[in-house]
Design a protein around this ligand. Structure first.
Ligand code: GLN
Length: 308
């Protein structure tokens, strides 16, 4: 196949771009090697192609959000989840303390306010915080097709500096959107963000979305097709935060970024794509990851609005 050569070439083209900075507000992430660079394609029939540091482990961070949203929709049903988290793009930063004024609902599940709420909606109503984290880690593992684990060092590092997420959770609790102890929910959400993955894992997770919720290698049906449609729609409109419009026009692939430098895209019926490069732009999206996706989209005509 010519794909690995193509990926190696494109990685070579973006390698010299050292602009941006690794996330600084989680001290342990600031210590990451900023030179790491990887790209992986996973087709819906389970074929993987990669180049660069495809097996380097990093924390999933916000890329967990669409998958945990999928779990909440599966476990609690659409009505319950939509009553507590909206689906409107906020056009704001990922950690904005912004809730709908009438209802107190977070605007969407991709910003932290929405993701903290969806964490609390994963699994059955009466789970303990530990059981809920377990449901989330098992669900993420099912999407990836292998057992994933939590990076305790990154988790502790974020927990020590979690004042903003705690503030968001207390706001949600005061509006009755969260009914549980805000500290326990933030703790669970941060554990969710601290799950270790590789670019290869993320490509498989994205391919599972592209394959209507069935992992192409394990053949496990992780969530229903109706859930995947909802999740991909929200990724398309809200996945890149306040850069969502630029992304939708220039790349045109439902996507999600994370502050450790991961980035995924899912093309329904075709392909999961993942990139990894830790330096971030001012929106918190990977600089070289965004460049890679721009290249993939234009070189291969992957924009979902492209008329064939
Ligand atoms: N754990 C991070 C936070 O809540 C995730 C943010 C991200 O990846 N954009 O701040």
């Amino acid at each position: 196949s010519v794909v690995p050569d193509y990926l190696t070439d494109v990685l070579g083209d973006v390698e010299s771009d050292t602009s941006g900075e690794p996330a600084g507000y989680i001290p342990e992430l600031a210590a990451a090697d900023p030179e790491r660079l990887a790209a992986v394609f996973a087709t819906v029939d389970g074929t993987l192609h990669g180049a660069g540091d495809v097996d380097a482990a990093f924390t999933i961070q916000s890329i967990s959000k669409p998958f945990v949203y999928a779990m909440a929709l599966s476990d609690r049903g659409f009505d319950r989840v939509l009553a507590q988290v909206g689906v409107e793009p906020s056009g704001e930063a990922f950690n904005e303390i912004s809730l709908e004024s009438e209802t107190g609902r977070p605007r969407n599940p991709m910003i932290n306010a929405g993701a903290i709420t969806t964490h609390s909606l994963a699994g059955a109503e009466n789970l303990t915080p530990v059981e809920r984290v377990d449901r989330v880690v098992q669900g993420l593992s099912a999407f990836a097709g292998r057992q994933l684990t939590v990076d305790e060092t990154v988790c502790a590092s974020e927990m020590e500096n979690a004042h903003r997420n705690l503030a968001i959770a207390h706001m949600l609790r005061s509006h009755g959107i969260l009914t549980e102890d805000p500290r326990a929910v933030v703790d669970g959400y941060i554990r969710q963000c601290s799950v270790l993955v590789t670019a290869r894992d993320l490509a498989m997770m994205a391919a599972t979305l592209a394959n209507r919720g069935m992992n192409p290698l394990s053949n496990e049906q992780v969530v229903d097709g109706s859930v995947v449609r909802q999740v991909l729609s929200v990724m398309a409109t809200c996945g890149m935060y306040d850069a969502a419009g630029d992304w939708a026009t220039q790349v045109g692939i439902p996507a999600k970024s994370g502050v450790a430098g991961g980035l995924i895209g899912a093309l329904p019926g075709q392909l999961g794509i993942a990139t990894f490069s830790p330096r971030l732009d001012r929106h918190g999206n990977s600089v070289r990851g965004v460049s890679l996706f721009e290249r993939f989209s234009s070189d291969m005509g992957l924009h979902v609005m492209e008329v064939p």
